[in-house]
Design a protein. Structure first.
Ligand code: FAD
Ligand code: NAD
Length: 471
């Protein structure tokens, strides 16, 4: 089969489908290519969505146990792993099926198969049944995403060593689980398995969990994780993995030298690498950097004028909402609109319990860059909502430019932080000052008041904490 299109989108994740849908909405003829039966990519099939479904269950299980403290005893939660797995799969199918419908409603041609470039304006798509389609295009948007990294000793090909995709399938609930990597995936999936009953040990190479996030935010989640996990070992790496009976024998290297331990299963979560080995890329001028990310300009155009690239393929942060935003910029550029990717605040949310979220400038970054900032913090112990939810452990902080009083960064650790951070994004993107935030009436009693009250802390007049202004 030979066909031609205006915009060919390769990869059906949040970058790819957002691009395809907007291009169609702007009146372009669009073909979207992915191997899955429906759009969705990593995010829907083996990333954001299945992990959030499992994290929801983990939270319910934990709260059911904690309810005893409030005078309600549901008994010990009984786990039906098969039902849990199928509920998660049903949620994913519902979402990806919905995207399939949205795709056909918009008149997007969906080709199920694997694409390879055959030049700057053409591609070949091979389907699983052996069919091959040739596709000519005016523009292509590459959105092929990323895959789990398993460097050096972590690359043991064994059904006992899982990556995130395997862990999300819940092959079993192992008695003991080693999580290698204390980043997003390690902490999210580690929390899931801990709530389901595994004894979880987390090893993290650096001196703290979630490198990149401010330490005061991480401290909030680290305390609770410390209780949920068997152990959290910092400045520790894995130097060897060897199959051992039905488990894995692991050599850990930490501050005090090497030690050996046996775990039933190991989850490797040490980062992801871009899928930039798209066949035929060398037939174009598309360039890659030393880490394999495709190099793009502010409009997400590669060195090949007809080809754009978005999402995990083009660099950090590897987040779905960053991919979708870039996708919309690329499509607008193709449509000839004035558009550029220059966000002041990309939110990051770690969906542990409690959640950790931040956007804009972090305090750590400000200090590293020698920028003069003031930090205003509101402790959740002073929030009526947090206390009545029995979740007083939390903090909301603003990173403020002292002279202009502009809000440059927002960080939140506490239950529901992922929802709350959106207000911080709006404040930063709108150039809001601490006064703007202070003067906005927030509903009572809600956790959102902690944003308003941290702005009040900046002026030394928060109603619920006594912290006179120093300067
Ligand atoms: P992807 O979603 O990776 O999609 C790329 C698609 O392209 C895939 O379907 C792939 O099969 C396809 N493809 C690759 N090569 C070809 C080819 N040659 N031809 C055709 N198709 C091809 N981000 C968040 O923002 N929030 C979260 O809560 C979150 N949770 C996550 C949890 C996990 C466990 C993981 C692994 C990731 C999570 N992420 C989360 C990250 C998020 O999934 C990615 O940032 C996002 O999916 C990137 O979107 P993308 O469009 O760039 O690529
Ligand atoms: P990550 O970069 O978030 O964390 C990897 C962690 O592993 C880091 O803390 C790193 O220091 C550590 N590490 C690296 N090598 C190690 C080693 N040999 N031994 C011990 N520790 C080691 O990566 P991830 O958790 O694999 O997630 C990949 C990406 O997927 C994330 O960066 C994020 O962009 C995305 N993601 C996002 C979400 C979300 O938005 N909630 C959830 C999951 C994944």
């Amino acid at each position: 089969m030979t066909s031609s299109t205006q915009v060919a989108v390769i990869g059906g994740g949040p970058g790819g489908y957002a691009a395809a849908f907007l291009a169609a909405d702007l009146g372009m003829r669009v073909t979207l290519v992915d191997e899955a039966p429906n759009p969705g990519g990593v995010c829907l099939y083996r990333g954001c969505m299945p992990s959030k479904a499992l994290l929801h269950v983990a939270k319910v299980v934990t709260e059911a146990r904690e309810a005893r403290h409030w005078g309600v005893d549901f008994g010990e939660p009984a786990l039906d792993v098969d039902r849990l797995r199928s509920w998660k799969d049903e949620s994913v199918a519902r979402l990806t099926g919905g995207l399939g419908q949205l795709s056909s409603q918009r008149g997007v041609t969906y080709l199920q198969g694997r694409a390879e470039l055959t030049g700057p304006t053409s591609a070949r798509v091979s389907s699983a049944d052996g069919g091959v389609a040739t596709l000519g295009f005016e523009h292509a948007i590459l959105a092929t995403g990323s895959r789990p990294a398993a460097p050096g000793p972590l690359a043991l090909d064994s059904d006992r060593v899982w990556d995130s995709t395997r862990a999300l399938e819940i092959p079993s609930v192992p008695e003991s689980l080693l999580v290698v990597g204390g980043g997003y995936i390690g902490l999210e999936l580690g929390s899931v398995y801990a709530a389901l009953g595994s004894k979880v040990t987390v090893v993290e190479m650096t001196a703290g969990l979630l490198p990149g996030a401010d330490r005061d935010l991480v401290a909030v989640v680290a305390r609770r994780l410390g209780r949920a996990c068997e152990a959290v070992l910092l400045e520790t790496t894995v130097t060897a993995l060897v199959e051992d009976g039905d488990g894995v024998s692991v050599t850990l290297k930490g501050r005090d030298g090497e030690s050996a331990q046996r775990f039933d299963r190991v989850l490797v979560a040490v980062g992801r690498v871009p899928n930039s080995d798209v066949p035929g890329l060398d037939l174009t001028a598309v360039g890659r950097d030393s880490r394999g990310f495709v190099v793009v300009d502010g409009q997400r155009r590669t060195a090949e004028p007809t080809i754009f690239a978005v999402g995990d393929l083009v660099g950090e942060p590897m987040l779905a909402h960053k991919a979708s935003h870039e996708a919309r910029i690329a499509v607008e550029a193709i449509a000839g609109h004035k558009a550029v990717f220059e966000p002041a605040a990309i939110p990051a949310v770690v969906f542990t319990d409690p959640e950790v979220a931040w956007c804009g400038l972090t305090e750590t970054q400000a200090r590293a860059e020698g920028r003069a900032v003031e930090v205003a913090k509101f402790p959740w112990g002073a929030s009526g909502r947090a206390v009545t939810l029995d979740r007083p452990a939390g903090v909301t902080k603003l990173v403020i430019e002292p002279e202009s009083e502009r809000i440059l960064g927002v960080g939140i650790a506490g239950t529901g932080a992922g929802e709350l951070i959106a207000e911080g994004v709006v404040a930063i993107e709108m150039g809001a000052t601490a006064s703007d935030l202070r003067l906005c009436i927030h509903p009572h009693p809600t956790l959102s008041e902690t944003l308003m009250e941290s702005a009040e802390v900046f002026f030394g007049r928060s109603t619920h904490v006594y912290r006179p202004r120093k300067r």
